[in-house]
Design a protein around this ligand. Structure first.
Ligand SMILES: CC(C)(COP(=O)(O)OP(=O)(O)OC[C@H]1O[C@@H](n2cnc3c(N)ncnc32)[C@H](O)[C@@H]1OP(=O)(O)O)[C@@H](O)C(=O)NCCC(=O)NCCS
Length: 184
């Protein structure tokens, strides 16, 4: 399994697909995680997610025997909501739209989870300094809904705020009570 090796732009005929983030792909994921973050998740963090049954996917390119991990995400399902806990694109493949693709896939999954009540909201927290990620989330319809003061360590003995963002999974258009009330 290759991890972010050149060429950075995939041949347009290369198959790209989402697969479960399982133990077999954990080495590749950790390799990316350690290069993408100042405070990366540990193997134990990912394994806890696997054990807890979190929704964890890797985005891979190429044949199964020689696949390249482009990115991954981890989400935790709650009651009527889900939390995006990790979204990462391998540094070599950033800026090519893969994060948006994974966010689309996440929202599709969340809308289709067969539970009552259905999932209505996706939540996430992001470092206030991570303008790039905030830009991507806003472009995908997430809205800033709050701030958690001093939520993250900043690596210099200080703390950094988290921006809380959410995506509504339900339509804003209210359903008329009967067809006769439907607006023209
Ligand atoms: C944040 C991250 C997931 C985005 O992934 P990506 O595949 O590079 O994102 P995309 O290619 O889909 O989109 C990148 C967008 O960010 C914009 N961008 C790049 N740098 C930026 C910056 N410093 N400030 C604001 N926007 C920026 C690009 O212009 C592009 O927007 P556009 O499509 O409107 O032009 C990726 O950079 C990453 O994994 N970073 C490290 C881990 C991380 O921070 N994860 C999020 C934790 S909450």
């Amino acid at each position: 399994m290759r991890v972010g090796s050149p060429p950075p732009f995939l041949d347009p005929t290369t198959e790209v697909r989402l697969e479960p983030l399982d133990a077999a792909r954990l080495d590749a994921v950790l390799h990316i995680e350690q290069r993408a973050y100042s405070h990366p998740w540990t193997r134990g963090n990912f394994l806890d997610g696997v054990r807890a049954g979190y929704h964890m996917r890797v985005l891979v390119a190429g044949a199964a025997a020689d696949e390249t991990v482009l990115g991954y995400y981890v989400a935790m399902q709650g009651v009527a909501e889900a939390h995006l806990l990790n979204l990462t694109v391998a540094p070599l493949y950033q800026g090519q739209g893969w994060a948006r693709l994974m966010l689309d896939a996440l929202a599709l999954w969340a809308r289709g989870v067969p539970v009552q009540p259905p999932l209505a909201t996706l939540w996430l927290e992001v470092r206030a300094s991570n303008q790039r990620a905030i830009h991507v989330y806003e472009a995908q319809g997430y809205r800033r809904v709050g701030l958690r003061k001093d939520y993250y360590p900043d690596g210099h003995g200080r703390r950094e705020d988290a921006v809380v963002m959410s995506l509504s999974l339900v339509s804003d258009v209210s359903t008329p009570r009967n067809p006769a009330q439907a607006p023209l």
